[in-house]
Structure formats: C-alpha cells, structure tokens
Write a protein that binds this ligand. Structure first.
Ligand code: ADP
Ligand code: MG
Length: 339
C-alpha cells in the first residue's frame, strides 16, 4: 500500500489560512491597523485606492521592525506577541495568531518599509504570493508602512466576488471606525483615492465619537459608568428620541477590541424597553473592561466574537447600568425594580 499523505507547502497553507482571515479589503484594513496599534503607534494613516481593491496601505510611527523581524513577520505563526499557550488568557495585544501578514502576502502584492528608532536606515521587502521578490536597505522614517496591492490577484474567484466599490468602501469605513473608536488616544487619518476622508486628532472617547459621527451626536449621548468586581462599563448610549432606523451606531468594545454580541445587544435593548419607537434602534458606544482571564478571544480568526466566562452576569450588569443612566437623565419615566 502506498502512503498518500503529505504536508502542504507553506505557500499553500498560507493561502488556505488567508481564506479565513481575509474576506475582503476591509479585513486587510483591520489587520494592518491592529498591527500598528500593537506597535504602539501614536499616529496611523490609512491610504485606500479603489475601495481597497488596488491599494490598502497603513503607515504608522510605531516601533518598526529589525531586518530579521521584517522578513520573519511574513512567516505563518510568527508573532512577537505571545510565547506560550498561557499567554492566550492574558492578552493585551490585538494580534497573537501570527497569521495576518503571512495570509495577506499569500494573496496580494505587499511592500513593507520599516525602521526602528535605533537604526539609521530601514528595511524594504517586496513579496507576492508568499514569494520574496526583493529585500533591501531603504531610507524611511521610524515606524512601518505596509502597502497591500491587487488583493486576490492569484485567486480570481475571490476577486470576482468582491462587491461594488461603494459596498467595499463602506466595509472599510466600518472597520476604520471600530478601530478608531477603540483608541481615541491615537491619531488616525484616512485617505481614499488621494483625498482625506477622515482626520481624527488625539482625543477622549466622547470627542472621538463626535468627530466620527458629527457634532450633532454630542447632545444625544448619555454617559454610562458602572464598576463592579467583574466588569467596568463606560461609554455612552444615545437618548431614545434619537434612535435610528439603522443599527449603524452600535458598538461594544471589550478590552479595547470591537466585538459583536447578539446576547449583550439584547441586554441593551431590554434596558431601552418601552422607550423606543417601533422599528428604531438604540445607539450605543460601550467600553467593557474585564479580566482577560475571564474571556476567550481565540474563537474565530477575525476575533470579533468572544467567549465570556459568565455571560449572564455581564448581561445583568450591562442592562442595569444602561437603565440607571437612562433613568438619571430622566428621559422618560423608567420603572426599575432591578436596583
Ligand atoms: P500578529 O499580529 O498576530 O502577531 P501578524 O502577522 O499580524 O501577526 O504580524 C506578525 C508580526 O509582525 C507581529 O507579531 C509584529 O511583531 C510584526 N509587525 C507586524 N506589523 C507591524 C507593525 N506595523 N509595526 C511593527 N511590527 C509589526
Ligand atoms: Mg496582527
């Protein structure tokens, strides 16, 4: 009998992993912005061309990489962020899987320029379809610039399934908003086809929300603040009379990471019970701080879902915190038997 099992070559494995990590240009935006944040950047610039189909570039003023690390960063499971499995339960970084750059480089043309503060010159790497085309010394500012061109150039089926520029740009802006809201102390700007579409100076959470969603948003924000043993909630909900027909302004952040949670969303809706007109949705911008040991982020490659140890308690705290805030601002009589 012949043996038929073989290990896949790296570039094939990378392309398979890329299928999960990179759905569309917006996925690249998320991964690159998160890497810039993990590199402690205080200024991050996002450059987009053709809704990301031809270019997604992120330029940061963070730590930069050494020559060796620059090359190594494109290997799969290569990360500076965790060392052991235990670290998975005390994550303080956005990244930890060491997959994004390897995946992106498998399905696009990538140009990396990076320099550390202590070095006079930096490194430039050009890589396409997991193949390094060039690596050379380059004069570049401290920090990192990664340009991702021609996404899915070698996967026509994926490229053809990209939506219109309007739709893809919408996804990019959504990701940009999520990351920018989670990090008001970092300056972000975004350019599409050469013109600046967002300029977000360093600010606090409230100002960041207003900078993104417009000055009128300011008066509709009701602060929410609650600290318990298991959870700190801070942020804002929108006054019920400003509720929208769309769900565009609903944001949960857990330890500075945007997450989706139908269950926690339900907690907010139930706090708003009876206050909203039919067919409208509450706005919320809520930052939850929990002990990293009580959550598991490693459920899905894109990390937008989290497993909580004690979801029911979070639900109850969140609901009562929001109810309390709505009641304090006496927006409407709120009968609250829970507190
Ligand atoms: P992860 O973020 O999960 O570690 P990535 O593939 O996104 O995996 O990045 C691999 C490594 O490359 C990171 O761990 C980091 O050391 C380095 N790196 C990536 N982007 C940057 C950046 N903008 N600045 C400095 N280092 C970076
Ligand atoms: Mg990363």
């Amino acid at each position: 009998m012949a043996d038929i099992i073989q290990l896949l070559p790296d570039h094939v494995a990378n392309q398979i992993a890329a299928g999960e990590v990179v759905q569309r240009p917006a996925s690249v935006v998320k991964e690159l912005l998160e890497n810039a944040i993990d590199a402690q950047a205080s200024e991050i610039k996002l450059l987009i061309k053709d809704a990301g189909k031809t270019l997604v570039q992120v330029i940061d003023n963070g730590s930069g990489m050494s020559v060796t690390d620059a090359r190594f960063s494109f290997e799969r499971h290569a990360t500076s962020k965790i060392k052991s499995a235990d670290d998975l339960f005390q994550l303080s970084t956005k990244g930890f899987r060491g997959e994004a750059l390897a995946s992106i480089a498998a399905i696009a043309h990538v140009e990396l320029k990076t320099k550390q503060e202590s070095d006079d010159v930096g490194t430039q790497i050009v890589i396409a379809g997991s193949e390094v085309k060039a690596q050379e010394v380059v004069v570049t500012p401290t920090g990192t610039s990664i340009a991702v061109k021609n996404l899915f150039f070698n996967i026509p089926a994926r490229r053809n399934f990209l939506k219109s520029n309007t739709v893809e740009l919408r996804h990019i802006i959504d990701e940009f908003h999520r990351v920018a809201l989670a990090h008001p102390s970092i300056q972000f700007s975004m350019y599409h086809n050469g013109s600046e579409t967002f300029h977000l100076p360093i600010s606090n959470f409230r100002q960041r929300i207003v900078n993104i969603f417009g000055t009128k948003t300011n008066e509709k924000l009701v602060p929410v603040n609650e600290t318990t043993e298991v959870l700190t909630v801070s942020g804002f909900v929108g006054k019920p009379e400003y509720a929208k027909k769309t769900r565009g302004e609903q944001f949960f952040f857990v330890n500075n990471r945007f997450i989706k949670s139908a269950y926690l969303n339900h907690a907010i809706n139930s706090a708003f019970d009876g206050l909203l007109k039919d067919g409208t949705h509450a706005s919320y911008f809520l930052d939850l701080t929990v002990n990293p040991q009580t959550i598991d982020i490693n459920i899905h490659p894109t990390k937008t879902e989290i497993k909580f140890d004690d979801e029911h308690t979070l639900y109850a705290i969140l609901r009562s915190a929001v109810k309390h805030s709505l009641g304090q601002f006496s927006i409407a009589p709120v009968l609250d038997f829970d507190r």
